[in-house]
Design a protein around this ligand. Structure first.
Ligand code: EPZ
Length: 418
């Protein structure tokens, strides 16, 4: 077991390179199962724990997987089983993308119910509704989802909620189906578009990704291809907010500024300087930031995955801020930890009422989920004195070398064994 030890108070200066997007990569790797010939070479893949888990799962299914630095080659020609029932499947959320991919190519799949961050109820009813609409029979037994279909036939599916996972999963299931599938009320997140682009590079016919109607015309087969994953919107947001919290001047390289607009807009409203360039964003921050109100929404709204880092920043902003978490019912677990550091926050259901304090003060805190972990690191970096963050296995699921990157920007942070 490890923890992060942070001596807070240093401003951040310099350059940081943002990784490939976790939530795109964790869908693109399972999508590689769809290639019945050729090899998928995927670049700009973050070497994080969730990716390591997926590599193990793909090898278990019979894929040949070779990884070096940020590149992964996957040969799915000779898959030997459609039963994904090893512990790694339960350790992560994105293992549910195996359902769409295996069903699509083999017309059957057995996948253990996914795990992931404990941030509230996370049903998969919209995924199941989509698989059934395409012609699959779905049963859940002994903690696993079983899918079987004689054939998959395109149809129109209206999602009752905007779901990233269901949109991607049904895209995966529909790319080899007979006829055309129309997804209405689809998610528009950048990673949905990235997965659609990957599928099209493999030979699929997916149109409209990035809007709320996606049209998929089935093709006979898909092949390997070369593809590079988009930059991580959430990692970028985390470093932007950390710079705002600590003060300083940081250039984030390898970003798509358009994907960061909802975050940049809130930082500007608070009094942070944000300058966008082609593939970089410069963030400059001093003192006296103003509190703002936030409501998390599907893209292009403010991302729920950035809410926890952002609410940490707001605990140190002047005046009152209201944070409305509209996507998940229990994504405020970091707040109790922030209170140990002197934050003044009241939670009422999905609303956090934050009255800014001048400074947080270092304390021993524990991360309960991935973005809570990032939020506590930001709190520690900006607080006065020493903070120890436990539960950093959650952080490692989604951030690569978080302490190395902050150290290179001037932070006093190190990883130690407990
Ligand atoms: C993805 O989760 C991300 N995970 C999450 O990132 C992110 O918070 C979330 O999208 C929203 O942007 C991955 O991509 C692996 P959803 P997902 O389906 O797909 C409800 C992070 O920190 N819903 O878009 O599981 C659901 O309860 C993680 O990187 C249903 O009701 O999220 C939620 O309220 C955490 N029925 C809302 O929709 C369903 O069948 C959005 O969930 C599916 C979802």
């Amino acid at each position: 077991m490890e923890k992060l030890v942070i001596n807070g108070g240093n401003p951040l200066f310099g350059n940081v390179n943002i990784n490939g997007a976790k939530n795109a990569a964790v869908a693109i790797l399972p999508a590689a199962i769809l290639a019945s010939k050729g090899v998928c070479t995927i670049e700009n893949v973050p070497n994080i724990e969730d990716i390591n888990c997926l590599e193990i799962i793909l090898e278990y299914l019979g894929c040949k997987v070779e990884s070096s630095c940020n590149s992964i080659k996957i040969d799915s020609t000779n898959i030997v089983t459609t039963n994904a029932t090893i512990p790694e499947v339960r350790n992560m959320r994105a293992s549910y993308y195996l359902l769409g991919s295996l069903l699509s190519r083999f017309k059957k799949a057995r996948v253990e119910l996914p795990g992931g961050c404990p941030i509230g109820d996370r049903p998969i009813d919209q995924h199941i509704k989509g698989f059934e609409a395409l012609g699959a029979t779905v049963t859940i037994e002994h903690g696993a989802v079983n899918l079987v279909a004689e054939k998959l036939v395109g149809t129109t599916i209206y999602f009752d909620v905007v779901s990233v996972g269901a949109t991607i999963n049904i895209m995966l299931a529909a790319v080899l189906a007979e006829g055309t599938t129309v997804l209405e009320n689809a998610a528009k997140e950048p990673h949905v578009v990235d997965v659609a682009n990957f599928l099209n590079t493999m030979g699929a016919n997916v149109k409209g990704a990035g809007t709320d109607v996606i049209k998929i015309t089935g093709v006979d087969e898909l092949s390997g291809c070369n593809y590079s994953v988009i930059p991580d919107q959430i990692e970028a947001g985390t470093f932007m907010i950390a710079t705002a919290a600590c003060g300083g001047d940081v250039t984030l390289n390898n970003v798509i500024p358009k994907h960061l607009e909802s975050i940049s807009a809130k930082l500007l409203e608070m009094g942070v300087e944000v300058v966008e360039d082609e593939d970089k964003v410069i963030v400059r921050s001093g003192n006296n930031l103003k509190g703002v109100n936030i409501k998390t929404l599907p893209y292009p709204g403010f991302p729920t995955d950035v809410q926890q880092p952002m609410s940490t920043l707001l605990t140190m902003a002047q005046g009152r801020s209201i944070v409305n978490e509209s996507i998940y019912e229990s994504r405020f677990k970091h707040i109790d930890e922030l209170k140990k550091m002197g934050a003044n926050v009241k939670i009422e259901g999905r609303i956090a009422i934050i009255d800014g304090v001048k400074n947080l003060s270092g304390a021993n805190v524990k991360a309960t989920d991935l973005r809570a972990g990032a939020a506590l690191v930001i709190a520690g970096l900006s607080a006065q004195g020493k903070t120890e963050v436990e539960g950093i296995e959650h952080i490692d699921r989604g951030y690569l070398y978080i302490e190395e990157k902050f150290k290179a920007l001037g932070a006093d942070i190190r990883r130690v064994n407990i």
